[in-house]
Design a binder for this molecule. Structure first.
Ligand code: NAP
Length: 458
């Protein structure tokens, strides 16, 4: 895959980049490792000052970098700007909290025969981050802010279609004051990841992306006995029960499905609705999805922009075609918008059954599947009938049902009467084929730490 900015709204190649040569990659790994040996002893106060400076720069440059993101992957300009500001706020969160989150944890020394005993959190070293294009700033920052604050250094292999955003991030951290080598971007193809990951100077890796990419990186890391965090795909359920506030559920369902032009790992993808409210939900949902404005993502009125790549649109088309051929019904949308760019309309599909690919696959575009269920048992069964387990949503005013969904939905998160979102304060991650490990919160900053047991005797 070429390393290039190809505008999804027009299909035009705007900028191409040469991949780094093996010699350049070696220089960057060496610089990262050398830097880590001194950076690991820098104080929290110093790292915090650099991180706050990065947040300030990002806030002041939000408009500029938002335009770059929109040009590279097609999200609306408003959502790109919001993403930049969210990144700045996560940077501030870890700048403020890292020291407290990584404070030594004392144990009762008398129970272990020591004078003093505690767990210490120490940085692991050089961490390789393999990242996707869909939230091209956020996915990187939610790894980099805690990792850098913990005393690690980062090497970023970003998706090949967002090179300008990748280079911006390297530049941002350098201008904020982080010493050279703390955060570097590698312009390499996915096939070059293995060489970097196997390098003895690289301690660990994090990958956000598809299941095949995760499996490949985890296999190599496993062979090298290196720690990994995997944030992979999702096919999140959105369950609606009769007691739900239907108007709000419909409104949120639309946002939850079409956010980021339908290309979010935690987008609600399967809408599982109780038979008592199915017809009303379906009618209102289809109306609202059909009313969305699709168009140029730079335009302030646009609610849904193009898909990020030509292949991405083809993947969506293939899943819809398979479902329709097998008897599913298209309630709105369902075929590409002709003309330049990779536009696909908001789409709702009903009568999905288990033998269709769409039943279990992740649809990475603005396509919602609707399921009618008889009761909460069937709702939970359908919700869990996927190999993924990232986020989940349940809409009900009944406290007993709420408790049941919290207990039984197989996912890394459950949002009751709300949309799955990520917050620096809350852990983020999945189970099953959605991956393992956690980002954000205290859990995220401890992922790339050596939890060292310290025992001191007389
Ligand atoms: P992708 O094709 O897996 O790419 C993600 C990253 O992995 C890119 O940098 C890509 O590089 C690299 N890559 C691909 N194959 C690889 C391999 N065999 N070895 C090493 N690196 C490899 O995924 P995507 O299409 O960009 O992103 C969409 C997927 O990401 C969806 O499944 C979505 O759900 C998931 N996602 C998950 C989360 C989460 O937090 N759980 C968040 C966002 C997205 P190239 O670009 O050079 O191929």
């Amino acid at each position: 895959m070429a390393i290039a900015t190809v505008n999804p709204a027009t299909g035009a190649v705007e900028r191409s980049f040469d991949a780094h040569t093996p010699g350049q990659v070696e220089e960057k790994i060496a610089a990262a490792y050398t830097r880590w040996r001194s950076y690991r002893t820098s104080t929290f106060a110093q790292r915090s000052a650099w991180m706050v400076a990065a947040a300030e720069l990002l806030e002041s440059e939000a408009d500029t970098v938002a335009a770059v993101m929109t040009t590279e992957m097609g999200k609306t300009l408003a959502s790109a700007r919001a993403e930049a500001l969210k990144c700045a706020s996560a940077m501030r969160f870890y700048a403020d909290r890292a020291e407290g989150l990584l404070r030594d944890e004392p144990a009762d020394p008398s129970t272990v025969g020591a004078v003093r005993a505690y767990a210490a959190y120490q940085p692991l070293g050089v961490v390789l981050a393999v990242m996707p294009w869909n939230f091209p700033l956020w996915q990187v920052v939610r790894f980099a802010a805690p990792a850098l604050m913990a005393g690690n250094v980062g090497l970023l292999k970003h998706a090949s279609n967002v090179p300008q955003t990748a280079l911006y991030l390297e530049d941002l951290y350098r201008r904020a004051g982080f010493p050279d080598g703390c955060f570097q971007t590698l312009l390499i193809s996915s096939s070059d990841v293995e060489r970097v990951l196997r390098d003895d100077r690289v301690a660990a890796a994090t990958l956000t992306g598809s299941e095949p990419a995760g499996r490949s990186v985890a296999a190599i890391a496993g062979d090298e006995v290196k720690h990994t965090v995997l944030e992979l795909g999702g096919s999140d359920p959105f369950v609606v029960m009769p007691s739900a506030d239907l108007a709000r559920a419909v409104e949120v369902a639309v946002t939850a499905r079409v956010q980021n032009n339908g290309q979010s790992c935690i987008a609600a993808k399967r809408f599982i609705v109780h038979a008592d409210v199915y017809d009303e939900f379906a009618q209102r949902f289809v109306e609202a999805m059909s009313a969305l404005t699709v168009g140029d993502p730079m335009d302030a009125d646009t609610q849904v922009g193009p898909l990020a790549t030509e292949q991405g649109r083809k993947d969506v088309e293939d899943l819809v075609a398979d479902a329709v051929a097998e008897g599913a019904r298209v309630l709105c949308g369902g075929s590409r918008i002709d003309g330049a760019g990779w536009f696909y309309p908001p789409t709702v599909i009903a009568d999905i059954s288990a033998h269709m690919e769409m039943y279990a696959a992740e649809v990475f575009g603005p396509v919602a599947s609707l399921f009618r269920v008889a009761d909460i048992d069937e709702a939970i069964e359908v919700a869990n009938a996927t190999s993924f387990g990232l986020g989940s949503n349940a809409w009900t005013a009944d406290p007993g049902e709420q408790a049941r969904f919290v207990a039984d939905l197989e996912a890394g998160a459950v949002f009751v009467n709300g949309m799955t979102t990520s917050h620096p304060e809350l852990p983020f991650g999945g189970i099953k084929r959605s991956g393992y490990g956690r980002e954000l919160s205290a859990h995220g900053i401890r992922e790339f730490c050596n939890i060292k047991t310290v025992w001191v005797g007389e």
